[in-house]
Design a protein around this ligand. Sequence first.
Ligand code: FE
Ligand code: FE
Ligand code: ZN
Length: 280
Amino acid sequence: MTGGLLGAAQEAVSYGANTFMIYTGAPRNARRSPLEKLKIEEGWAYMRENGIDSFVVHAPYIINLASFKEDTYNLAVTLLKDELERAKGMGSELVVLHPGAYTERDLEYGVNRIVSGFDSVLTDDYDGPDICLETMTGKGTEIGGSFEELKMIIDKARRKDKLKVCFDTCHAHDAGYAVSDDLDSVMDQFDEVLGLDMIEVFHLNGSLNPRGAKKDRHANIGATADNPKGADNIGFAAIRELAHSRYAEGRFLILETPWLDANTNLYKEEIAALRAGERD
Ligand code: FE
Ligand code: FE
Ligand code: ZN
């Protein structure tokens, strides 16, 4: 976001993308520049010229609505409220959020805490962006490692009409779902628990680790051992299948694959390969 919305849109177009996801500032902190500085109008003008009609915002990682600590929880509520307003001000309708981690408490505590956070931000008259709860690996006390956990949150929230899901392929694979070899059964499970229409965003990532490892280390799609960031355990075919499936139709497909260096930017290559359906 150093170049504002305009810069982000230009970068996306340079990769051959027709949408993108941004952090409205550094992902790991909450320092944010004012909306006036984000080149929003210029960004939208550029997007229109280049066939981009929407984009996704990812909330900062430091938001933990599941925390039992008063200050952490209160900060999370404030930051989430801010981020939803910023996203709305920038013209985005979806904010991806990691549900949170319950640390020294338990799942039920964490779920209830997240729900109370949502209830205080998503008030009856709230009309901002939807929140997309991301599927997580379930490492440590992280909530969202199963579809059922996301359902627990959504079922209890007052404004469930504003809650959607972001399906991260690396996270689901690391959580133990058979994304790599039985996509249909994974999607059937998702459909039974949450309903496929809840998915608004897919994060298309490879994983550096075997299924169920609960590590959350993203790999380039279909990367082999000669990739400096490591080999992918999900495989190009599975991600390609997903990208061209009915599950993905009309959804945001976002890469969060490793950045190598300015000279070997794989995003363009990954997007082209997924569109073409083959990898050279
Ligand atoms: Fe995420
Ligand atoms: Fe993700
Ligand atoms: Zn991840």
